[in-house]
Write a protein that binds this ligand. Structure first.
Ligand code: C5P
Length: 286
C-alpha cells in the first residue's frame, strides 16, 4: 500500500451547555458540535515500527513532554485490534494547541481512521467508541465528523439537524487555555439541555437559534484569560458577523457569517489589527 492522507478538521462547539457533573469530576454536557473546513492533515505509510513526524505552522506548540495523542491512539488501537505492525505517520499541524477546537482530539480520531485503513482492521463499533473515549472526551465526536448533538461526557452522540450553508471565522489569541481549570472555575446552577430540534433554513436562522443558547464555559474562560473577552468583542465588531461565540473551553472563538466574502473580509480586518492572533476563515461543514 502506498501513502494516503486523512484530514482532521477543527471541531467547533456551536453551543455548549454544562448540565451536570459526575462524581468523578467530569462534567455532563449538551453540545451542538460541528466541523470547520480547516484542520490538520495526517499522512500514513506502512512501516515496521510506529513513527510520528510532526511538521506544519503550529508543530512547535506541541508539548515535548508526555506522549503525543496520535501515538497514544495508535498504541490503544493496536492493542484493541491485536495488531503488531507499525506505521509511519506525518502530522501536518495547522490548528493551535490547547485551543478548544479539538486539535488533539481531531488528530487522534484521524489516527484511528487512518490506522484502521492501513492495518486493514475493523473494530466493533462499541470497542472503537471505548478506545476513542479513553483517549479524550472529544475523540468520539471527532470520529463522527458531522454535525452532532454531544451528550454525557462526550460518549452519547446523536446526529444533529442539518445545518445551512454558512462560514466561520476562527480566532485564537495564541494563549493556550487548558481545559480542566476552565471547567473547575465554572460556578452557578447547571443549564438545562436545549438541543436544536429543527434545521435552520439559512445562516441567519442558525445564528438566531444559537443566540438563544450559549457556551457555559465562556465566563470561566474569560476569568482565567481576559483576552478571550477581547477576541469575542473584536469578532462581534466585524461587519456582517451574525454571532460571536467561544468554542469548547477556549481560547478559540468563532464568528458566524452568511457568505465566504464576509468571513474573509472579517479575517483581513482582524489580522491587520491583531497580527499575533491565529485567524482562519473556514466553511461550516454540513
Ligand atoms: O478528556 P479530555 O482530555 O478532553 O478532558 C480534559 C479534562 O477536562 C478532564 O480531565 C476534565 O477535567 C475536564 N472535562 C470535564 N468534563 C468533560 C470533559 C472534560 O470536566 N465533559
Amino acid at each position: 500500500m502506498t501513502s494516503f492522507s486523512i484530514e482532521a478538521p477543527a471541531k467547533v462547539n456551536l453551543t455548549l451547555h454544562v448540565v451536570g457533573r459526575r462524581d468523578d469530576g467530569y462534567h455532563l454536557l449538551d453540545s451542538l458540535v460541528a466541523f470547520a473546513g480547516v484542520g490538520d492533515t495526517l499522512e500514513f505509510r506502512p512501516a515496521d515500527t510506529l513513527r510520528l513526524e510532526v511538521t506544519g505552522p503550529t508543530a512547535g506548540q506541541i508539548p515535548a513532554e508526555g506522549e503525543n495523542i496520535v501515538l497514544k491512539a495508535a498504541r490503544l488501537l493496536a492493542g484493541a485490534a491485536g495488531v503488531t505492525r507499525g506505521a509511519a505517520i506525518t502530522l501536518t499541524k495547522r490548528l493551535p494547541v490547547a485551543a478548544g477546537i479539538g486539535g488533539g482530539s481531531a488528530d487522534a480520531a484521524a489516527a484511528l481512521k487512518g490506522l484502521m485503513r492501513l492495518w486493514d482492521v475493523v473494530l466493533p463499533a462499541g470497542t472503537l467508541a471505548k478506545v476513542a473515549l479513553s483517549i479524550g472526551a472529544d475523540v468520539p465526536v471527532c470520529l463522527a465528523g458531522t454535525p452532532t448533538r454531544m451528550m454525557g461526557v462526550g460518549e452519547m452522540l446523536e446526529p444533529a439537524p442539518a445545518l445551512p450553508p454558512a462560514w466561520l471565522l476562527l480566532v485564537n489569541p495564541m494563549v493556550p487555555l487548558h481545559t480542566p481549570p476552565v471547567f473547575k472555575a465554572r460556578t452557578g446552577p447547571f443549564s438545562a439541555a436545549d438541543p436544536l430540534t429543527d434545521s435552520p433554513r439559512d445562516a441567519k436562522a442558525l445564528a438566531a437559534a444559537l443566540a438563544a443558547r450559549r457556551n457555559d464555559l465562556t465566563p470561566p474562560a474569560i476569568t482565567i484569560e481576559p483576552v478571550v473577552g477581547e477576541v469575542l468583542a473584536a469578532i462581534a465588531a466585524t461587519p456582517d458577523c451574525l454571532l460571536p461565540r467561544m468554542s469548547g473551553s477556549g481560547a478559540t472563538c468563532f464568528g458566524l457569517y452568511a457568505e465566504e466574502s464576509q468571513a474573509r473580509a472579517a479575517a483581513a480586518r482582524l489580522a491587520a489589527a491583531h497580527p499575533a492572533w491565529w485567524i482562519a476563515p473556514a466553511r461550516l461543514l454540513s
